[in-house]
Design a protein around this ligand. Structure first.
Ligand SMILES: Nc1ncnc2c1ncn2[C@@H]1O[C@H](COP(=O)(O)OP(=O)(O)OP(=O)(O)O)[C@@H](O)[C@H]1O
Ligand SMILES: [Mg+2]
Length: 268
């Protein structure tokens, strides 16, 4: 059953046959831009040094969106902390292929895109890394703290990296890494550091950790404190944003993308 459509037209798409080819899904009355479309939009909009926040409850697709966004930047650091995570594994399994001549025959060879490291800095000339400081027991928290503190400070000092802080609640809440995260967010922009921050409970993360965020990608949020936090980060009216959020619950895996106090698209 289709419920009342979203009152705001976040994306001025015209219903045309080109729509489906442009990655726009008209099944749900509101035009939802599917991956190819919104990614092309972000590729044009998103400048170096502009931070992105991805906010939504567990399982909505934050890591998946991060996986799609990160290749838009040249120097990528993915920060993973969980012992296992299917969607974070996607990064480790991403490959590119080359054609190589071998004994007169051309064959296709697959290479991993990312180098998986467990401490900072990465090897020389490596520009796509997954920093996966896995914690297998609770005693590993101290180890994760040291590795990630070193990495976040290193990223801030060397500049030009795009860092994906996938689980900000874990980094800031459980591991106590609020200070380096704030440094990257507050001052990274001038150093050319871009951050993509994922959070499932933004109200539990100090507001400073979302400082200077330019794009907010937000899924349906069940908790009002979190909805108000998103409105605050995105510079939107709280009551208005609550109404918008209510509509999102009928569209699984869909997010609003807000930029400079204006919702620019609904993507999936
Ligand atoms: N746009 C989409 N369409 C269909 N399925 C999706 C979409 N985005 C994500 N999914 C699926 O939803 C599941 C959860 O996605 P993902 O791990 O990215 O969520 P998450 O928000 O990072 O969760 P967590 O907070 O637990 O890390 C995955 O199986 C993924 O394939
Ligand atoms: Mg995730």
């Amino acid at each position: 059953m289709v419920h009342s459509p979203i009152p705001l037209a976040p994306y001025r798409a015209r219903a045309s046959r080109r729509g489906s080819r442009a990655g726009i899904d008209y099944d749900n009355r509101i035009p939802i831009i599917t991956r190819a479309g919104w990614l092309a939009g972000m590729a044009k909009l998103w400048k170096n040094g502009e931070h992105v926040a991805i906010i939504g409850p567990t399982g909505e697709g934050k890591t998946t969106v991060g996986y799609q966004l990160m290749p838009l930047k040249s120097h990528e650091v993915i920060i993973a902390t969980k012992p296992f995570d299917d969607t974070q594994e996607l990064f480790a399994h991403r490959t590119y292929t080359t054609q190589e001549r071998h004994w007169g025959r051309v064959r296709t060879v697959e290479h991993p895109v990312y180098t998986v490291i467990d401490e900072w800095p990465p090897p020389d000339n490596t520009d796509k890394v997954i920093l996966w400081a896995k914690a297998r027991t609770t005693h590993d928290d101290g180890y994760q703290y040291l590795v990630l503190d070193e990495a976040l400070n290193g990223i801030y000092q060397s500049g030009h990296w795009c860092v994906f802080i996938d689980d900000c609640n874990e980094l800031v809440g459980s591991l106590g890494l609020g200070k380096p995260v704030r440094k990257v967010m507050n001052m990274g922009r001038s150093a050319g550091v871009t951050a993509v921050v994922g959070a499932n409970r933004p109200c539990r993360v100090p507001r400073e950790c979302f400082a200077q965020v330019r794009y907010v990608l937000s899924y349906y949020i069940p908790d009002e404190r979190d909805t108000d936090t998103v409105a605050e980060i995105a510079g939107l009216n709280k009551t208005r944003y609550r109404e918008l959020n209510e509509q999102l619950q009928y569209y699984p895996h869909c997010f609003y993308c807000t930029h400079r106090r204006r919702t620019v698209m609904v993507g999936r």
